[in-house]
Ligand binder design. Structure first.
Ligand SMILES: C[S@@+](CC[C@H](N)C(=O)[O-])C[C@H]1O[C@@H](n2cnc3c(N)ncnc32)[C@H](O)[C@@H]1O
Length: 206
């Protein structure tokens, strides 16, 4: 059975983004992932065996503790082995525990400056996938701890990773520098010459 909130917010809205997580799991060896600001966007758990979800919406406690949720992941998962799902209801800037976790991938979609606040949960050379809706991709493009590997393009339910000729996706039309102060204040990303659904980064250790 499809968990009710997941059905309501993601299946019925045709926004599960399954193909995105599929192509990422094919490209990278992903054992573990973290998704701050996930709400009940469960889809990565179908492709990544160990997933951490964090959101300050109170509904996630009931959602993740309902046995239907784990049953559904078990039905949908593409990997061998038991799924491991950890969740925290709370502000991702204040999560006090979870420090022992160091994940292969971190997702940042429409939920603020995760690249900065949750960097410690991503392992060195781990992958960050961030969109630019709230400006997180702009911040990560300016952060020396991240190297941009490419962009992700979306066409309805299909996604494509593009690693070459990405300059127009990471530069402004007039070529000017990013106004990071404004991005932080307004929580809106810089507009680039071409639009990408999301950006793919490697966390660098040097
Ligand atoms: C627009 S929804 C996006 C949900 C999901 N990431 C997606 O792509 O569909 C933003 C979510 O981020 C959560 N959120 C925003 N800021 C947060 C914070 N500082 N700590 C925890 N959750 C946060 C909100 O509660 C909300 O559920």
């Amino acid at each position: 059975m499809i968990p009710k909130l997941y059905d309501q917010y993601f299946v019925k809205k045709e926004d599960e983004r399954r193909h995105l997580f599929q192509i990422l799991s094919e490209r990278f060896n992903l054992e573990s992932g973290i998704y701050p600001g996930s709400f009940v966007h469960l889809t990565p758990a179908f492709y990544i065996r160990e997933m951490i979800f964090i959101d300050n919406d109170r509904r996630i406690n009931r959602f993740f503790s309902d046995p239907t949720t784990l049953e559904y992941i078990n039905e949908q998962k593409i990997y061998n082995g038991e799924p491991k799902v950890i969740w925290r209801q709370g502000d991702y800037t204040e999560v006090g525990d979870l420090n022992e976790y160091s994940c292969d991938i971190m997702f940042s979609f429409y939920a603020g400056f995760i690249s900065r606040h949750c960097k410690r949960f991503l392992k060195d050379r781990g992958v960050l996938i961030a969109n630019n809706s709230h400006g997180d991709a702009t911040l990560a493009l300016s952060d020396p701890d991240y190297t941009c590997l490419g962009v992700i393009l979306r066409n309805n339910q299909r996604f494509q990773i593009k690693t070459e000729e990405i300059e127009p996706y990471i530069t402004k039309k007039n070529g000017s520098a990013f106004n990071l102060e404004k991005v932080r204040e307004k929580m809106i990303g810089e507009k680039f010459s071409r639009y990408a659904y999301a950006y793919m980064f490697r966390k660098c250790c040097e």
